[in-house]
Design a protein around this ligand. Structure first.
Ligand SMILES: C[S@@+](CC[C@H](N)C(=O)[O-])C[C@H]1O[C@@H](n2cnc3c(N)ncnc32)[C@H](O)[C@@H]1O
Length: 442
C-alpha cells in the first residue's frame, strides 16, 4: 500500500460531507485516524480526514469502497498544510520531535517501530539556537540512512538551527567533551546565567548545567576585596561569579585546556572584568604563585586532591583563607532493616537534605578540635555520615599539608558542606568550604 507521508505532509482520506461521520467512525475503530490533525474542508466542499499513512492498508480502502450500507466513497490524498488539532497543540517538544521523526522515517520508505520510538531523545540541552543531544539516542542503524534530513528534522521540530551530539567526556584531565556538530557551521554558543554571559564552543569545552546552584552560592559569598585563585577555571564558571557578583578584587584563573582558555578570555571581556583576572595557562601543579589568596576554588571532580598542595601554597601564609573543595563522595545505602520506619525511597539523598551551613557560628579562636564539634552539628542537620567523614579527613589532611609547608601550627574548620548534585546510584558531588588559618601565638 503506497500511502506514505511525505515530509511535512499528512495522508488523508477525502469524502463527501454526508459520509464524513461514517468514515470517521470506521477510521477510529481501526485506530488509523490521525488525531494530531483536524478534519479539513477541501475546495468543492468535500472533507479530508487525516489518517496514519503508515497504518493505512489496501484492505482498509477496499473495505470502504465495498458496495453495501457501509460503503464510503473516498480517495487518498496528501494534505500539504495540515492543521494541528487541539490535542496536538498541547504536545510536549519531545512528542513533537517524535511525531516529526516518525513522519520522516515513514516518508523515506522506512517503517516506524517501538525500537525507533525508544531511540528518540526525551531530553536535551539547549544552548541558544543549538540543541545538544546525549549519546544515548539515535543508536539504531536506520537513522544514518536518513542523512542530513534527520538533523534538519530534529532542528526544526525543536525550533533550533544547529544540532550537536555528545559522546562521553574523555577520561583525561582536560575534561574535553567528545561533541560532534551534526548541523550548523560552528559550535560557539552563548549563555546567560545569573546575569553573567558565558560563551564557549560546545564541541571543545565542557559545560556543567548541574552546577548552577553552586554558581549561585558562589555569587552570594562575601568576597569583597579578596584575591581568589581558581585552580580549575574552565571557561570561568566560578571565576566569573566571584568577580562579577561576589566582588572579589582579583582572580588568578588556572586552566590547561587551550580551548577553555580561549573561552575564558572572551568571557572575561564579555563581562568587563578582564582587568581583574590573570589567566595562568598550564598545569596548576606547576603554578609559581604563592602567598596571594584569601580563597581558593578547587572545582574538579571526581577529586581535586592533586590540587591540594598548590592550594595550600597559594593561600596567604600569615592570614590563611577559605578553600572550596569539590569532591565526589560515595554513599553506601544502609540496609533497610537498620533504618526503622524509613522506606528505601525515603532514604534516597536529596539536594535539600544535603545542604547544610553554619556560617553564623563563632569562628574566632577556633582550634583543630573544632572540626569534631562541627561534625556533631552537621550530623544533627542530616549531613550524610560519609560526607562528614570525608570532610573531616580532608580537613586533617589539609592542616597537615599547611603545617608541613609553613613549619608551624594551623587550624582548619569545616564551615559548610554543599551538595551540588548526585549521580546514580550513590555518588554525591559535594563542596567543602574549609577555613584554614595559622594558629596565633599564645
Ligand atoms: C570540571 S572542569 C570545569 C570546571 C568548572 N569549575 C565546573 O565545575 O563547571 C575542570 C577544568 O579543570 C581543568 N584542569 C584539570 N586539571 C587541571 C590542571 N592540573 N591544571 C589546570 N587545569 C586543569 C580542565 O581542563 C577543566 O577545564
Amino acid at each position: 500500500m503506497d500511502a506514505k507521508d511525505t515530509r511535512g505532509a499528512v495522508s488523508a482520506l477525502v469524502t463527501e460531507p454526508r459520509f464524513a461521520q461514517r468514515l470517521r467512525e470506521y477510521l477510529e475503530g481501526e485506530q488509523i485516524l490521525d488525531v494530531r490533525y483536524r478534519l479539513q474542508k477541501m475546495p468543492g466542499g468535500s472533507v479530508a480526514l487525516p489518517v496514519l499513512g503508515e497504518k493505512l492498508t489496501e484492505q482498509h480502502l477496499r473495505a470502504l469502497q465495498k458496495s453495501g450500507p457501509q460503503e464510503v466513497p473516498c480517495r487518498l490524498t496528501q494534505l500539504q498544510d495540515p492543521v494541528p488539532s487541539k490535542a496536538a497543540g498541547v504536545r510536549t517538544p519531545a512528542q513533537k520531535l517524535c511525531r516529526e521523526l516518525q513522519r520522516l522515517v515513514v516518508g523515506s520508505g522506512g517503517s516506524w517501530s517501538e525500537e525507533l520510538e525508544r531511540d528518540v531523545p526525551r531530553s536535551w540541552q539547549r544552548h541558544g539556537d543549538l540543541v545538544l543531544l546525549s549519546e544515548d539516542n539515535f543508536g539504531a542503524a536506520l537513522w544514518e540512512k536518513l542523512g542530513p534530513a534527520l538533523w534538519e528534522t530534529v532542528a526544526s521540530a525543536l525550533g533550533a538551527r544547529r544540532v550537536a551530539r555528545r559522546g562521553r567526556v574523555s577520561p583525561g584531565g582536560m575534561r574535553s567533551p567528545s561533541v560532534t556538530l551534526l548541523l550548523g557551521q560552528d559550535g560557539w554558543v552563548e549563555h546567560v546565567d545569573n546575569g553573567i554571559r558565558y560563551t564557549f564552543d560546545v564541541t571543545k569545552c565542557m559545560f556543567s548545567p548541574g552546577n548552577i546552584t553552586e554558581k549561585l552560592r558562589v555569587a552570594s559569598l562575601p568576597c569583597s576585596g579578596e584575591v581568589l585563585v581558581d585552580l580549575y577555571a574552565g571557561i570561568g564558571y566560578f571565576t566569573l561569579p566571584y568577580l562579577v557578583h561576589a566582588a572579589a578584587a582579583f582572580a588568578h584563573a588556572c586552566e590547561w585546556n587551550c580551548h577553555a582558555v580561549e573561552a575564558l578570555q572572551r568571557n572575561l571581556v564579555l563581562n568587563g572584568v578582564q582587568d581583574r583576572c590573570c589567566i595562568h595557562h598550564g598545569d596548576n601543579r606547576q603554578l609559581e604563585l604563592q602567598d596571594v589568596a584569601d580563597r581558593v576554588n578547587l572545582g574538579l571532580i571526581p577529586s581535586s586532591e592533586e590540587g591540594w598542595p598548590v592550594a595550600c601554597r597559594v593561600l596567604k601564609k600569615d592570614t590563611g583563607g577559605v578553600l572550596h573543595i569539590h569532591h565526589n563522595v560515595e554513599v553506601l545505602p544502609a540496609p533497610a532493616h537498620l533504618q526503622p520506619g524509613v522506606s528505601r525511597d525515603e532514604q534516597r539523598p536529596t539536594k535539600e537534605a544535603g545542604s547544610v551551613g553554619w556560617e553564623d557560628r563563632e569562628r574566632e579562636h577556633q582550634s583543630p578540635k573544632d572540626t569534631e564539634s562541627c561534625g556533631k552539628e552537621m550530623q544533627a542537620a542530616r549531613v550524610r555520615p560519609e560526607w562528614q567523614r570525608w570532610a573531616e579527613a580532608t580537613a586533617m589532611q589539609i592542616r597537615g599539608l599547611l603545617e608541613e609547608l609553613h613549619g608551624r601550627p594551623w587550624w582548619t574548620s569545616i564551615l559548610h558542606i554543599e551538595a551540588v548534585k548526585s549521580y546514580a546510584p550513590h555518588v554525591h558531588h559535594v563542596v567543602l568550604d574549609l577555613e584554614c588559618r595559622p594558629t596565633l601565638p599564645a
